[in-house]
Design a protein around this ligand. Structure first.
Ligand code: 5GP
Ligand code: ZN
Length: 138
């Protein structure tokens, strides 16, 4: 099987496994992280398979950054959210676990303890409610 065939994000892009999608266009997909650092944590994923940012053609990287900025704006506008992190890991040594380029967009609130710990949603309904808040037509 090819790298693309084994890649979990390529499978999400192909619709083979489900994800709570919040944005999609021809070059980029964004969906809720399954183990969010904070609820509303979104992954912005170029549709072209590339392990590291330096493997990705510049135009795909630019498209993903445009969507990353848009998702940041939605977090600020639609959630209780005062700021956000953009995180992008390259290589196992840098804590990359899925070798397909992705940008984490993580909402943060004033007064909340800062951490990088994965969490979870309480139920599929909570996931659906967050998806509804963040997708293109809320
Ligand atoms: P990395 O450590 O590679 O920067 O981040 C990979 C992220 O992908 C992790 O935050 C992890 O929770 C998320 N992730 C891994 N598998 C899945 C999946 O099947 N669905 C979703 N929605 N997120 C996933
Ligand atoms: Zn892939």
């Amino acid at each position: 099987m090819s790298d693309t065939g084994k890649c979990v994000f390529c499978k999400i892009i192909a619709g083979v496994i489900p994800a709570a999608k919040v944005y999609e266009d021809g070059q980029t997909l964004a969906f809720l992280d399954i183990a969010p650092f904070e609820k509303g944590h979104v992954l912005v994923v170029p549709k072209r398979h590339a392990p590291m940012l330096t493997d990705l053609p510049e135009e795909d990287a630019q498209a993903a950054m445009r969507v990353t900025r848009e998702i940041g704006a939605r977090l600020l506008a639609r959630l209780p959210c005062d700021g956000f992190n953009v995180l992008q890991n390259n290589g196992v040594c840098a804590s990359q676990t899925v070798p397909h380029v992705h940008f984490h967009v993580i909402p943060r609130r004033n007064g909340q303890p800062f951490h990088w710990t994965p969490g979870q949603y309480a139920s599929p309904e909570e996931v659906g409610a967050m998806q509804a808040k963040l997708r293109t037509d809320p």
